[in-house]
Design a protein around this ligand. Structure first.
Ligand code: FES
Length: 167
């Protein structure tokens, strides 16, 4: 079935057609279905058929995967979409509001990573020149595991803030 032959969001697509259009293999489609990210119908021969509008959900799932957003988080958002019809623009607007906070947090994290990549990220290694000032004695360990200076919910150390202003 070519794109020219079928343009309705309610068209039923085979697994192969969906896989070809989205780049997601059949095994991934079954997995997404099991997680409730997408739904499928059955042909008279009991084969899976996907409504064309599922391509949008799958594309968002793939985009979220690229950004490292857990599929369980994506599922929580996509389950707010109506199951039995093509989601309206209003439905997608609601979803976009739910995504905003998640995406904003990722943007801040990436910004912090970009800014701090050559400085102290608070990971406990104490190997950078700035670690002695920004994370003396690995004091940042009390904020949690990993590179805690990349999170933005940590109160900045006043000494750290001074150094950051000078740098
Ligand atoms: S970069 Fe690892 S503690 Fe500073």
């Amino acid at each position: 079935m070519s794109a020219e032959q079928s343009t309705s969001p309610d068209d039923l697509l085979t697994v192969g057609e969906v896989a070809e259009r989205t780049g997601a293999p059949a095994s991934a489609l079954r997995f997404y279905e099991a997680l409730g990210l997408i739904t499928a119908e059955r042909s008279p021969g009991r084969q899976r058929r996907y409504r064309r509008h599922m391509l949008r959900r799958i594309s968002l799932v793939l985009a979220a995967k690229r950004l490292g957003i857990p599929l369980t988080d994506v599922a929580a958002i996509l389950t707010t979409l109506p199951a039995g019809r093509t989601p309206s623009q209003h439905d997608w607007h609601h979803v976009s509001q739910l995504w905003k906070g998640e995406l904003e947090a990722r943007r801040r994290y990436l910004g912090n990573l970009e800014r701090e990549l050559t400085g102290c990220i608070g990971c406990g290694c104490l190997s950078m020149r700035s670690c002695g000032v920004r994370n003396p004695g690995d004091q940042l360990a009390r904020h949690g595991q990993g590179p805690v200076r990349l999170e933005d919910d940590i109160e900045p150390d006043p000494r750290t803030a001074q150094v950051a202003r000078r740098e």
